[in-house]
Write a protein that binds this ligand. Structure first.
Ligand code: PRP
Ligand code: HPA
Ligand code: MG
Length: 187
């Protein structure tokens, strides 16, 4: 807490501590290891927000996984989605016949994952599942989106830390907290 005390001042409260994150990520890694026994899933990290979750989760999966990366952006410098999902970087390898696990930091409206899931399904993956660290169901505008693995259900608040940003800042907080609305005003 001490070394980032200045950034922590911008939070209203801490929602999930780094210890709670580590425990849930370990449990999820064990579950995926069981569910995919005998398979070699492709873990797809959705940059940038999922980067910390991805790197911790993959070390908890005891299978010969491969890793690929996609960069997506729809929030820009706001706390509300622009509704337009931009692919800034695509996967390096094709996923035909592969068991794909999309690794995301947060499902908010669901617009990003809905877009991504149908895009990857069209490329001929054998299966696609979603693993999300946080699920903010109160904000969902895509009600039938299935999120297969969730670590934490969270309330309707803009959160930062452990990879999640506001205008590219706060991603390095080890915990996840509610950003004080005074930081972003009506953005
Ligand atoms: O469910 P949604 O309402 O679509 O919101 C979730 C998406 O928004 C954030 O990405 P962002 O566009 O902020 O890019 P970033 O990961 O680089 O921060 C987050 O990482 C998810 O990808
Ligand atoms: O609550 C959030 N915090 C940071 N990024 C986000 N992208 C969607 N929702 C959020
Ligand atoms: Mg963001």
């Amino acid at each position: 807490m001490e070394q980032s005390a200045k950034i922590y001042e911008d939070l209203d409260r801490i929602l999930v501590t780094k210890e709670e994150i580590a425990e849930k990520v370990r449990e999820l890694g064990q579950k995926i290891t069981k569910d995919y026994a005998g398979k070699e899933p492709v873990l797809v990290c959705i940059l940038k927000g999922a980067v910390l979750f991805f790197s911790d989760l993959m070390r908890e999966i005891d299978l010969p996984v491969t890793a690929d990366f996609m960069a997506i952006s729809s929030y820009g410098s706001a706390t509300k989605t622009s509704g337009v999902v931009r692919v800034l970087k695509d996967l390096d390898k094709d996923i035909v016949g592969k068991d794909v696990i999309i690794v995301e930091d947060i499902v908010d409206t669901g617009v990003t994952l809905n877009y991504l899931k149908s895009m990857l399904a069209h490329r001929g993956a054998a299966s696609i599942r979603i693993a999300a660290l946080l699920d903010k169901t109160a904000r969902r505008t895509v009600p039938d989106l299935k999120v297969d693995y969730v670590c934490f259900d969270i309330p309707d608040a803009f959160v930062v830390g452990y990879g999640l940003d506001y205008d590219q800042t706060y991603r390095n907080l080890p915990d996840i907290g509610v950003l004080s609305p005074k930081i972003y005003g009506d953005k």
